[in-house]
Design a protein. Sequence first.
Length: 509
Amino acid sequence: MAAHFLWAIVIGFLAGVLVRSFFLLGFASAGFITLLALVTVLFAFIDDRKTRALAVVAVALVAFACGVLRMDAAALVGDPMLSARLDSKVVIEGIIADEPDVREGSIRISLRADSLVAATSTARVDAGILVVAPSHTDVVYGDRVRATGTLRLPQAFLTAQAGDTGSGREFNYPQYLAKDGIGYQLEFASVERIAGENKGNILKRAAIFVKQRFLDGLGRSLPEPQAGLGGGITAGAKRGLGTELNNDFKTVGLVHIVVLSGYNITVVMDAVQHVLAFLPRAFGFAGSASVAIFFALMTGGAASSVRASAMAIIAIIGRATGRIYIASRALGAVAFAMVLWNPFLLAFDPGFQLSALATLGLIWFTPLFAARLPLIPEKFALREIAASTLGTQLAVLPLLLYQNGQLPIFSLPANMLALIAVPAAMLFSAIAAVGGIVAGPLAPFIALPAYVLLSYIVGVAEFFASLPFASSVLPAFSAWWMFIAYVAMAGVLIYHIQNEDGRDGTRPS
């Protein structure tokens, strides 16, 4: 029964946040829903046979009301001093709040602004600003900087994909930035560092420093795009592949290995536990947990890595204490905590959405496919790769089609061929990075195994992306169709679980 209350709290709260993300509900609506919960409790006293069921409904309604209030409280409020100077040139001072995002033609800086500088005075402000500056700008996380540029409000835009029908899909860019506390944009900016102590978190600074040294080592030992791919699968680096190759990975459903996903983190954690196997178990658990936290910091708190790291730590704690680890409940608890901390993640962060749905697919759909793929051999974990690919792709498919319309036709063979090389590619990429740091001219020879494996993965992506009809593009459609698709998938899953329960009394976790 405790599980029913857990899911009532999680689903009710997430539903409240989601509904408030698109509809202007407030205290009055939350109060009315709470009143409905009280009425439900009264009915529970009247009919003893339905007490538990009605109690679960009441808890879900209260959680829904709490979700509405949490999202309502999170709405960004603009700074009056900055809002009065929209579409004009301003000078802003503040602290860089995250690792700058270096792109091909620009660098994007998340600035926590605290001062608006005028000719004769300085006014205090408090706002998050996305500063878009030239790519050669030399700044790092935690620096205090002065930025000069045109102040604007972020605007939604239509996404474009290769082969799009022209209908376009609107991306809610303002709310996407709001998840990071950013409400303004400073365009065509010049940025200069102000002398003084770095204000960044020391642990995050250390993680970013190690990441940059690691990527520098890869850059010295490997050419592009191999260095970019190696940085993506091992350190969550966002640069290096280039637009064309990145689109190829998206086309064939391999983009999840380019970023630091749960799969990549799990590979590293397993490797750490194997290395520390000769020590007491506590050292292995501590090492794995440290790796999870380090990767979350290294990626700047990206939703997918935080979700994966938190679930991994829960699993580690479960093993250390001898408790049963149920992945679906761990996911529910982590999703609840993350959305409670930052409610914008649920509706406006594609990374969080795809990561959570892919994990659900891995938990609930992968076992169904694994039992129905007897013709695929278990050697080299091919059946496991095939089942997990089908499970995760099915879970994220309605959302991906809604977001960009791309249907990856060759996702299954591309993943089966590429994923068998990923663990070894991660290991040898790490060796190549160390070689690039310490070996000088010998680094390319040390990096030869990594080069071969990474070139193989790139070749798989390019080959399947070059095939006819590699990715069909559907026109934009209403979010209601996506909702109906997920309801239908949930219905099929529940029907299957009930049938399995009737046959053997078991229930998947």
